[in-house]
Write a protein that binds this ligand. Sequence first.
Ligand code: CDV
Length: 305
Amino acid sequence: MIAAAQMGPIARTQGRPAVVHRMIDLMRQAKALGAQVVAYPEAALTAFFPHWFTEDEDEVDAWFERDMPGPQTQPLFDEARRLGLGFHLGYCELDVSAGQKRRFNTSILVDASGRIIGKYRKIHLPGHAEHRAESPFQNLEKRYFEVGDLGFGAWQAWGGVAGMIICNDRRWPESYRVLGLQGAEMIFCGYNTPVHHPGAPEHDRLGQFHNELCMQSGAYQNSAWVIGVAKAGLEEGVDMIAGSCIIAPTGELVARCSSNGDEVIVARCDLDLGRSYRETTFNFARHRRTEHYHMIVERTGATPP
Ligand code: CDV
């Protein structure tokens, strides 16, 4: 049984202890519903600060975690261990090594003993790096984060193979395919997605449709369960879509949040369901025709798949 723990808005002033308290409450609900693992959203520990511009380095660093677990996140790990529950967590990572400071939009998988078993750093960073003062809100991920340098990894977890993508990654078929090629059976994806697209308001009415469209096709085409988890609701003036959901390898949406706030949903994720697709319709070894993809690339000069 897998749980998705959607989170409602986090105020700019809400500190980590209060957020972790909310997360522990969600974790207990997940356990009570019979979950073996609970998944939290992208950048789950804070408000989604890339919506605001600042040049103050200390202010930026304050949104990041230097250690995981650190003193303020340790209670989450302790409670997971006490409950015997694994979890998926999105957070903003400040990596200081060899005197160099780097910032990533990161997620981890933690097993029931509290051990970090997998780490992913977001690859598809949306938005822009320059200040757009005229915009009602911004997406400054290209300013505050580096492109992830760990690739799309897959790990043995919860009786199968688990992988991670983060928010905008879910719109790109190659994110799922690189995981599918490694046999991923469960793909965790946290997101912070505004209802309004300042650059293309004509897309706004389709936000929820596109959210489901990309995750459902990613699940089906790669024979994997996809667990999509939102940070939702009106956060510091930015309205964000909800609709956290658990999607089967059939492409069917089997559980979906109904609120814009903190909410837990669960689904019994039968990994044999993925196997049946992986061995038939999407048997990559038998049916993929990669040599033809390369012929097209050579003829057209397109980017290789
Ligand atoms: N956090 C994100 O990656 N959000 C993007 C928005 C900015 C379009 C998304 O793809 O949902």
